[in-house]
Design a protein around this ligand. Structure first.
Ligand code: AMP
Ligand code: MG
Length: 688
C-alpha cells in the first residue's frame, strides 16, 4: 500500500483570535504545509485550510463540517494549530476532545515525547488526538516550531491511522506485521513500536493478503481494542460540559452548539432577509383562487350592469313629455332576463319586462306591475293584450339600473396586495366585471420530511417495537400547512444516515419550494441535518439555535438549487426540532412567516392580540416561552387565555385545543392571573 493509493486528504485549522482578524499574522499554517508536502512522502494533499478565533463553538463547527458528513472524499486528517496552552483563551483541546469518538493517547504520547526531548516546556502543551467518524484529528501547538516538531513526530505513522479510521479493511493493512508497517512508513525502529500494534489476527485467517481490500471476511473494527485498553478520557465531565456524544447522557445535553443563539426577533429578521421574494403568476379566477394575494391592481373589464336593466317586474314605457301615463296601452313585446334582440319601443306602446331584463331600445322608464291593471288578453288567452297604467308624473329613468351604475368599466376594483377571500365576495366581483385571470403571487409548495431511525408511519398496523416512535410531526405539519392554504408534498420518513438524508433532500428541493424537516437538529451524533445542509448541499445556515422555549434547535437555511429550466434559485429549508410540540410551535412562529413572505401575505405570520391571563403562569428563568394556550372570548369581549397544560416540548397532549401561543417573557416572577400578555393566534377564537 504505497505510492499508487490516492492521496490522503488533510484539512488545517488555525486557531487564533489574532490570525482570525488578520490572516497575515499566521506563521504556522505555512510551516505545517511545508512539513506535509516535503516530509509526507507524497501521501498527503492539503484540501482545506481555515482560520477561527479561540472560540470553542467555532472550532467545533469547522471540525464537524470536515468530519461529519461522509462525502465520498471525506477528510482523513484534521490538524489544528494553536490554543493548546494554559492561557485563559486556550480551549482547543477541550473543543476537540468533546468531538472525539475515539481517543488516541498513543499519538499524544508520541508528540509529547518528541517535544520533551527538545525542551521541558513541551509540558506546557496539552495536545489531544483521536478519531471522529472517519477523520483523525490532532491538535498541534500554536508556535510554528512546536507545531512542526509535533507533526514531524507522528506524521509517518498517520497514513496507517487514517486508512484504518477511514474504514480500510484492517487485515490488508496489517499483513506483514509491524515491521512491514514501519518499512512502509519509512520508520526505522529497533522494535519498540511507537505505533502500538500489539494485536494479532486470528490464525484461521493467516493466508497472505498483500493489497487485498475485500476478501469476503468481515472484520469489524468495533471493539477492536488494538491493545490500548479502555477508552481514555482526558477531562473530567465537569471540566468539559460540551459534547456531541449522545452516549454521555441527559445530564450533558446542555452542551454548546457551534451555532450562535439568536433571539426570536433576530431569527425572524433572518427569515425575512433570506426568504425569496414572491413570484408572480397568472391565475385563473375560480374557486381555487381564495387565499391568493393579488400582484396587480385589477380594473373592471366591462360595465356592470352591461345594459340598461329593469329593477322591477312591470312595463317598459316611453314617458311622454307631461309624464302622465294614466291610460290603457297595448303590450307589444315581452323582455325577460334573457339575451336576445328586442324590438324598438315607441311612445304609446308598452313592453312587459321582468327584473334584471334589458330595456327595449327606446324605452325610458319602467312602471311597476303594482301600478297597473290588466285589461284584455290575446285571443288565445295566453298573453296580455292591453294593460292600464295608473301612474302620472312619471319621470324618465325610473326603476332602471343604468349601464355601469354598479361598476364602471376601467375603474379600479381590487388592489395589489389584497387577499382574495372565500367569504368576502372578491371572487364574485372579479367574475362580474369579466376578469377571468389575475396576476397573483404564486403560493409556495411545501414538502414535509420526518427524520429519525426510530420514526415509523403513524398508521402502521400493529404494536410498536421497543424504541419506535410514531411519526406525529409529518401528518401534523402537513395538515397545518394545508390549513394555511399551501399545497403540500409528503416527503416521508428518512433514516439518520447522511447519504439517504442528502439524497432525499436533493430530490425534495427539486420538487418543492420550501422543505420542512423535523428531528435531527439537536447535538446528538445522528443529528445530521445541519452538516448535510451545509456540506453536502452547499446551503447556508442562517441560524441554528434560537433562544426560546420550546424550539431551541430550530434551524433555518437556504440552499442553492438549479431549476429544470437551468435557473439558479435559493430554496428554503426549515429543520424543526423533533419533539412534536416544538415542531408545531416553531412551524407557526418561523415557517409561516416565510410562507407568507413567499406568497405576498403581509403582515407575515400569526396575528397578535393582547389577552388576559385566566390563571397564574410561571416563567422560564432564561428563555422566553411560547406557551400553548386556549384563548376564548370572555365577558365584555375580553380575550382570556388559559394553558393547555404540561408544556414540556415532548408533550403531545399540550397541543390539544390550543389556538394561540402566549408570548411569555423570561423572568423570575410568575405572571399573575388578570395580567395582560401578547398572544399569537393560530386558530379561530370562540366564546367561553
Ligand atoms: P431529535 O431532534 O431527532 O433528537 O428528536 C427529538 C425527539 O423528538 C426524540 O424523542 C424523537 O424521537 C422525537 N421525534 C423526532 N421526530 C419525530 C416525529 N416525526 N414524530 C414524533 N416524534 C418525533
Ligand atoms: Mg432523531
Amino acid at each position: 500500500m504505497s505510492g499508487s493509493s490516492p492521496p490522503l486528504r488533510v484539512a488545517l485549522l488555525i486557531v487564533s483570535t489574532t490570525a482570525a482578524k488578520d490572516p497575515s499574522t499566521d506563521a504556522s499554517g505555512a510551516v505545517l504545509k511545508d512539513v506535509i508536502d516535503q516530509e509526507g512522502g507524497g501521501r498527503w494533499q492539503l484540501v482545506d485550510s481555515k482560520i477561527v478565533p479561540d472560540v470553542v463553538a467555532q472550532i467545533q463547527r469547522q471540525i464537524m463540517l470536515w468530519a461529519d458528513v461522509a462525502v465520498p472524499e471525506g477528510v482523513n486528517l484534521i490538524l489544528t494549530t494553536g490554543g493548546t496552552g494554559f492561557a485563559v483563551a486556550d480551549h482547543t483541546p477541550e473543543a476537540v476532545s468533546a468531538l472525539l469518538h475515539k481517543q488516541a493517547p498513543g499519538i499524544v504520547h508520541g508528540m509529547l515525547a518528541a517535544s520533551l526531548s527538545v525542551t521541558p516546556f513541551a509540558m506546557m502543551s496539552r495536545p489531544v488526538a483521536g478519531v471522529r467518524n472517519k477523520s483523525v484529528i490532532i491538535t498541534l501547538p500554536g508556535s510554528p516550531k512546536g507545531a512542526k516538531e509535533n507533526l514531524q513526530a507522528v506524521l509517518k505513522t498517520l497514513p496507517h491511522a487514517c486508512l484504518q479510521a477511514a474504514g480500510q479493511e484492517s487485515r490488508s493493512l496489517h499483513a506483514g506485521g509491524v515491521k512491514k508497517l514501519e518499512a512502509d512508513a519509512g520508520i526505522n525502529s529497533s522494535g519498540g513500536s511507537g505505533v502500538g500494534h500489539s494485536h494479532s489476527h486470528g490464525s484461521g485467517h493467516s493466508h497472505s493478503h498483500n493489497h487485498g481490500h475485500d476478501h469476503g471476511h468481515s472484520h469489524s473494527h468495533a471493539g477492536h481494542g488494538h491493545g490500548h485498553g479502555p477508552l481514555v478520557r482526558h477531562t473530567a465531565p465537569s471540566a468539559n460540559p460540551m459534547s456531541n456524544d449522545p452516549k454521555l447522557g441527559p445530564s450533558r445535553r446542555n452542551r454548546e452548539s457551534p451555532y450562535p443563539m439568536l433571539a426570536v426577533d433576530e431569527a425572524l429578521s433572518q427569515i425575512k432577509e433570506h426568504t425569496p421574494a414572491p413570484e408572480i403568476v397568472a391565475t385563473k379566477v375560480n374557486r381555487d383562487l381564495p387565499g391568493s394575494i393579488l400582484a396587480e391592481d385589477v380594473k373592471a373589464k366591462a360595465n356592470v350592469p352591461a345594459f340598461r336593466a329593469s329593477i322591477v317586474d312591470g312595463y317598459a314605457v316611453v314617458v311622454p313629455q307631461d309624464g302622465n301615463m294614466k291610460s290603457v296601452f297595448p303590450v307589444v313585446s315581452v323582455s325577460h332576463a334573457a339575451p336576445g334582440e328586442a324590438k324598438e319601443l315607441k311612445e304609446g306602446e308598452i313592453a312587459r319586462i321582468t327584473t334584471g331584463a334589458p330595456l327595449p331600445p327606446g324605452a325610458t322608464s319602467v312602471i311597476m306591475v303594482e301600478d297597473t291593471v290588466l285589461k284584455t288578453l290575446t285571443d288565445d288567452g295566453k298573453e296580455e293584450k292591453e294593460v292600464e297604467i295608473l301612474a302620472d308624473k312619471v319621470q324618465e329613468g325610473e326603476n332602471i339600473r343604468e349601464v355601469g351604475s354598479d361598476i364602471k368599466a376601467d375603474s379600479l376594483i381590487l388592489q395589489k396586495g389584497e387577499q382574495i377571500s372565500a367569504v368576502g365576495g372578491e371572487i364574485g366581483l372579479l367574475a362580474a366585471v369579466g376578469v377571468g385571470e389575475v396576476q397573483t403571487y404564486r403560493r409556495p409548495v411545501v414538502g414535509v420530511l420526518s427524520t429519525g431511525d426510530e420514526i415509523v408511519e403513524h398508521d402502521r398496523p400493529g404494536e410498536l417495537r421497543l424504541g419506535e416512535v410514531r411519526d406525529t410531526n409529518r401528518v401534523t405539519l402537513m395538515a397545518a400547512a394545508r390549513e394555511w392554504g399551501y399545497e403540500v408534498v409528503d416527503l416521508g420518513i428518512v433514516a439518520d444516515q447522511s447519504g439517504s438524508l442528502e439524497e432525499r433532500l436533493r430530490g425534495a428541493l427539486r420538487q418543492v419550494d420550501l422543505v420542512i424537516t423535523t428531528g435531527g437538529v439537536s447535538m446528538g451524533e445522528l443529528d445530521l441535518l445541519k452538516p448535510t445542509i451545509e456540506r453536502s448541499l452547499g446551503g447556508t445556515i442562517h441560524f441554528g439555535r434560537v433562544a426560546m422555549k420550546p424550539g431551541k434547535p430550530t434551524t433555518f437555511a437556504t440552499v442553492p438549487v438549479k431549476t429544470n429550466a437551468g435557473a439558479r434559485v435559493r430554496k428554503v429549508v426549515f429543520s424543526l426540532p423533533g419533539n412534536p410540540a416544538s415542531a408545531l410551535v416553531t412551524f407557526h412562529l418561523f415557517v409561516l412567516p416565510a410562507l407568507h413572505q413567499m406568497s405576498g401575505v403581509s403582515p407575515a405570520g400569526l396575528t397578535e392580540v393582547p389577552v388576559t391571563l385566566a390563571h397564574d403562569f410561571g416563567l422560564d428563568k432564561l428563555r422566553p416561552e411560547y406557551h400553548r394556550a386556549v384563548v376564548t372570548v370572555g365577558k365584555e369581549g375580553v380575550l382570556l387565555a388559559s394553558s393547555t397544560g404540561g408544556q414540556r416540548s415532548s408533550k403531545v397532549g399540550s397541543l390539544r385545543g390550543a389556538n394561540a401561543l402566549l408570548c411569555l417573557p423570561a423572568g423570575d416572577v410568575p405572571k399573575k392571573k388578570g395580567e395582560k400578555v401578547r398572544a399569537l393566534l393560530m386558530g379561530g377564537v370562540r366564546c367561553e
